[in-house]
Design a protein around this ligand. Structure first.
Ligand SMILES: [Zn+2]
Length: 284
């Protein structure tokens, strides 16, 4: 789904855009100016949660609809990057989450899906990076028209159920009483265009709960309750096994990994990582 035009946003979303613009101009313009000339393609831009919390709508909506808040924030950040001649793609990394977001891995449940949490963990394992198709562009082999379908990670790829153009042609012929009309409506006949589709780089991490005391001494590491956390973009390749970190992310419910048939409906919890804050710990 392409981003909505500003006029299609609901009043709450428009308030979010306004507050994001205010937040960035009041707190981050200097940081953005310093990025000019940076040759990287992607930039993970850290935004303090304490600053988000100063704006009423942003604070509440980050709690309730974090994905929308980040989408709109990214739009504002992109405008600001353009305005200051920064040619990188911004990815907002919200750091320094409030204590109220702290959770333990073993306390997470299915009802926490889509909630923001902050976990204190050790990285157990880092899986190889892979790319997935975020937005698939299909071309109709019969008429050449294209259709876009937003995909979901770790799900089977979805393709269009019919070509609207071919369907419209069929209906027109039907209306005109065309004698050579085929008996059935046209079947979908699509091919995915690898050139026009959008890909995202991601990497899965296996993380486990650690308990630290106030001096960052490790009191306990629980290898038993591990969770798969997925990082994307600038964080791919940045995480090392054995690292301790606060990982902030959104809880997701994913299909069971390594399932062998598509009707397997088992689900597991997973985490989409918003940001990673390394912790210097002393192991006892
Ligand atoms: Zn067609």
């Amino acid at each position: 789904m392409p981003p909505k035009n500003e006029v299609d946003l609901d009043p709450q979303e428009q308030a979010l855009l306004r507050e994001w613009r205010q937040l960035v101009t009041e707190h981050y313009v200097e940081d953005i100016k310093h990025l000019e000339g940076n040759p990287d393609i992607i930039h993970g831009f850290e935004v303090e949660h304490a600053i988000i919390a100063k704006y009423d709508t942003l604070r509440t909506e980050f709690h309730l609809r974090p994905t929308i808040v980040l989408q709109l924030g990214t739009r504002v950040m992109r405008e600001q990057f353009d305005e200051h001649m920064v040619h990188m793609r911004p990815v907002i990394r919200i750091v320094g989450l409030d204590e109220m977001y702290r959770r333990r891995i073993d306390s997470l449940r299915m009802r926490d899906r889509n909630k923001v949490v902050s976990l204190t963990v050790k990285i157990n394992h880092v899986f190889p990076a892979y790319g997935w198709v975020q937005l698939a562009v299909y071309e109709c082999r019969d008429c050449g028209d294209s259709a876009e379908i937003k995909q979901r990670r770790a799900r089977e790829r979805e393709s269009p159920v019919r070509c609207e153009t071919c369907m419209a042609k069929f209906l027109e012929r039907l209306e005109n009483g065309d004698d050579n009309l085929p008996f059935r409506p046209p079947r979908p006949n699509f091919v995915m265009s690898t050139e026009h589709s959008n890909y995202e780089d991601v990497q899965d991490l296996s993380i486990c709960q650690v308990v630290l005391n106030e001096d960052n001494h490790v009191l306990h590491t629980s290898v038993k309750d591990d969770l798969i956390a997925t990082v994307s973009d600038d964080l791919v390749g940045e995480v090392e096994v054995g690292m301790f970190a606060r990982i902030n992310g959104i809880v997701r419910v994913q299909p069971f990994p390594h399932r062998t048939f598509s009707k397997d409906t088992r689900r597991v919890l997973a985490l989409d990582v918003l940001s990673i804050e390394p912790i210097d710990v002393e192991e006892m």
